[in-house]
Design a protein around this ligand. Sequence first.
Ligand SMILES: *Cc1c(COP(=O)(O)O)cnc(C)c1O
Length: 376
Amino acid sequence: MRPLQMVDLKTQYHKIKPEVDKAVIDVLESSAFINGKPVQEFSDNLATYLGSKHVIPCANGTDALQIAMMALGLQPGDEVITPSFTYIATTEVVALLRLKPVFVEVDKQTFCIDPESLRKAITSKTKAIVPVHLYGHVAPMEEIMKIAAEHNLYVIEDVAQAIGADYTFSNGVSKKAGTIGTIGTTSFFPSKNLGCYGDGGAIFTDDDALAARLKMVANHGQQKRYYHEVVGCNSRLDTVQAAILNIKLRHLDEYIAARTKAADFYDKAFAGNSKITTPYRASYQKHVFHQYTLILEGVNRDGLNEFLASKGIPSMIYYPVPGHKQKMFDSFDLQVQDMEVTDWLTERVISLPMHTELDEEQQNFIASSVLEYINK
Ligand SMILES: *Cc1c(COP(=O)(O)O)cnc(C)c1O
């Protein structure tokens, strides 16, 4: 059996090695390391894939969120609503820009923003909502967009964990996650569903004026070289990474299918076990399984983690501390709602290896080991 990892990037690379190696060497030979041709090509290809009018590449997913908030003109003190149950980047940039982070609850089944909690958090100072499509499950966007419209709020979709996921509105219209809100942001960190071999990120919008502003903010606040209209930042996607992403984008649907197949296998293996809740899949969306995350009840989670590790099986807690309990926000005057669900989930979730290269032998071993511990 191949060694088990949370993500197996090497086996995946070996399957596309000739294409990738050639693309990288072509960049080296062109020596157009910054803003070479593959950057525009990849942006165009991703825009077509997503059905988004504009794709603005940038250096990473955290920058993408920051640039989105800067381009929207959010001002210190403006309130930005994010789930507490997410990766820190989502909320960190809010604090970095001296905006006010407002944490809300997630739904126990979807792990995404709970619309009821969201409604309760809105004040006259609220300017934006950042739904996160956590673990690859799409947030209830129709409801979120309705609430945003009622209160005139921007919606920045953090699609770092769900690129390629589909969302279907009640009228039957389908869209890609990240193309529903005012702006979508993503990351190409190597372990993400569409990952490069370093850092990378992108921002999506259908709004022409906003796209121009996003581009300007990502490029030192300039449209014309050396004429700086606003304070921006320096955030670019390297040509080498864009060339790699261009190849991997062609495989994205196949990668999603492989992850879904692995999730189906786990689902079946754990079905009917009263101590395990397998990931929910709301019918309005198509999950892309960035993570495969179980909710455990009546199980010693640390004990399971150690037992699995002793057999060479990695498992992870995403995330061990929710946003509203992070020390970094101590100096912010956060009026945090009751976070019962978030705290409950934080104590019970565990993620198993999930990637495109899992085979049945590996998954059988992982699932039977989990069950061996839980049923003993
Ligand atoms: C990975 C991730 C980010 C940040 O992406 P980086 O490229 O690492 O900066 C932001 N939000 C979520 C939900 C993520 O999973």
